[in-house]
Design a protein around this ligand. Structure first.
Ligand code: PGA
Length: 253
């Protein structure tokens, strides 16, 4: 079984002081959970102060987005090298809020994924269906399409350095969590896509996270499912106690 990864996506929340305080509380509490990997993804402007807090602890640092170009005239954008320089080891790519609000396409996400991998950052590539797509019976097709588009050209060696997150859009920030069975079905589909595209050895090394209204109270059932190798947590990652509660669940499995 893969070691669970519990990742906190702070989204556009926290000021600098709040981010530092939250990171400190998570880093302090995390020390006892040696059997789980922890990650926090603060907003860009808080990466450096949070990085200083978590440096040398078991909590890794990640960003919520990046641009695929290395440098130059791309106003407002941030490169993989800049994220590495700020202390990041992970970057979330293709989150549904970026797909649907910022209109990122699979092609955009694919360029970012390739650039992140080339630079040595671990991408967390997000996929997930809308409620209307689920109700129309299109979940499997949507996930396959996003998987193929976002991960085009990624080699077997690179996929082992990649994390995939399944986040049904209808479960994000809504309090409507997918049932463990619904989540497990899509995770099994994703594992099969990995086996078919690569090989079982590589496929088994890829962590597939579930995201969407994960809390300490529902994490146990979700994380116990086959092929659910961790959680991408939004709302509950903004409270150290809640986030550590999920970490404790992951560590106990
Ligand atoms: P949520 O967000 O836990 O608040 O539903 C998850 C995410 O968007 O990554």
């Amino acid at each position: 079984m893969l070691r669970k990864l519990i990742a906190g996506n702070w989204k556009m929340n926290t000021d600098r002081a709040g981010a530092v305080k939250l990171a400190r509380a998570i880093a302090d509490g995390a020390a006892k959970y040696s059997t789980v990997d922890l990650l926090v993804c603060p907003p860009f402007v808080n990466l450096v102060p949070v990085g200083e807090v978590v440096k040398g602890t078991k909590v890794a640092l990640g960003a919520q987005n990046m641009y695929h170009e290395a440098s130059g005239a791309f106003t407002g954008e941030t490169s993989a090298a800049m994220l590495l320089d700020a202390g990041c080891s992970y970057v979330i790519l293709g989150h549904s809020e970026r797909r649907h609000i910022l209109k990122e396409t699979d092609a955009d996400i694919n360029k970012k994924t390739s650039a992140a991998l080339a630079a040595g950052l671990i991408p967390i590539v997000c996929v997930g269906e809308l409620l209307a797509e689920r109700e129309a019976g299109q979940t499997t097709a949507v996930i396959r399409h996003q998987f193929e588009g976002s991960l085009a050209g990624v080699s077997a060696e690179q996929i082992e350095q990649t994390v995939i997150a399944y986040e049904p859009v209808w479960a994000i920030g809504t309090g409507k969590v997918a049932t463990p069975q619904q989540a497990a079905e899509v995770h099994a589909d994703l594992r099969k896509l990995l086996v078919d595209r690569y090989n079982s050895g590589s496929a088994e090394k890829v962590r597939i996270l579930y995201g969407g209204s994960v809390k300490a109270s529902n994490a146990g059932e979700l994380l116990a499912q086959p092929n659910i190798d961790g959680a991408l947590v939004g709302g509950a990652s903004l409270n150290a106690e809640d986030f550590l509660g999920i970490a404790a669940t992951g560590a106990a499995l």
